[in-house]
Design a binder for this molecule. Structure first.
Ligand code: G1P
Length: 275
């Protein structure tokens, strides 16, 4: 049985939904209770059993590389001033992180294609860093991995959404199997009218390396971008694809509302801990 040990995090987008702050601060670095958003994604991957990560960045995302690098100046300062107890706050995550640069922001599909050498012959996860899942039980990605380990085929995270919101998402046509698991038969990126269901794609996927051949065949889709969804649509003609309705709550930090709701939720959790 194949298991998944590699993950790709595409973090090369312009962050236009979050302007003006994204002129200087990548949205992956938005602070959430003292940690940048992307650290929550890395922690979810580690807790799900991932051992190697590739982050796809762009020219203005060097802050992400700096953040996960050592900080010799801080280390020396904390040692010198007897604040060794703070050293554990600045050590990077215990996982191998590699980086690749996406020269043009021409879509999620192109970003994932840059991971072809990294994935090589192995299945891999994709975690979109806009979508942060607050864990109640299992990490969101772990739920997908459980389904992958059973079916050994593509798995996509799904969420039932209000019809008005579906135009902002990939939306699937699927048969309900059991235990929040679906078999997907079609997928459409950001449907303008008549979405195939109310099951939207949330930002977690497991792919076999065969996805790269479908990405390579792809032209530009919605928004003039190379869409991952279009490659999945091609894959569906030849391969099985499953969906999982994830139980953890998703916050889209690409919107002010999603970001503020996440902060509010963390505040109410910490108030409960204080009581
Ligand atoms: C991307 C995907 C879309 C998916 C969404 C989840 O869209 O293209 O299929 O539903 O992430 O967050 P984006 O949010 O980058 O426009």
């Amino acid at each position: 049985m194949k298991t998944v040990k590699k993950a790709i995090i595409p973090a090369a987008g312009f962050g236009t939904r979050n302007l003006p702050i994204t002129k200087v601060l990548p949205k992956e670095m938005f602070p959430i209770a003292g940690k940048p958003a992307i650290q929550y994604i890395i922690e979810e991957a580690i807790e799900s059993g991932i051992e190697e990560i590739l982050i796809v960045v762009s020219r203005n995302k060097n802050m992400i590389l700096d953040y996960f690098d050592r900080s010799l100046e801080y280390e020396a300062f904390l040692e010198k001033t007897g604040k060794q107890h703070l050293l554990n706050k600045i050590v990077g995550p215990a996982i191998s992180i590699q980086y690749v640069r996406q020269p043009f922001a021409d879509g999620l599909g192109t970003a994932i294609l840059l991971g072809k050498r990294f994935a090589s012959k192995d299945p891999f996860a994709v975690l979109l860093p806009d979508d942060i899942f607050l864990q109640s039980g299992q990490p969101a990605l772990r739920e997908l991995l459980d389904v992958y380990e059973n079916y050994q085929s593509t798995v996509i995270a799904l969420e039932k959404l209000n019809e008005k919101l579906l135009k902002n998402y990939g939306v699937v046509k699927a048969i309900d199997l059991q235990d929040n698991t679906y078999e997907i038969s079609d997928i459409v990126e950001k449907p303008r009218s008549t979405p195939p269901s109310n099951l939207a794609v949330s930002g977690r996927y497991i792919f076999e390396p065969s996805i790269f051949s479908y990405l390579e065949k792809g032209g530009k889709g919605v928004g003039g971008e190379v869409q991952l969804t279009d490659a999945i649509q091609k894959l569906l003609k030849l391969e099985k694809c499953y969906g999982v309705e994830v139980s953890a709550k998703r916050y889209d930090i690409g919107t002010d509302k999603g970001y503020l709701n996440l902060i509010q939720k963390l505040m109410s959790n910490s108030k409960k801990e204080d009581e």
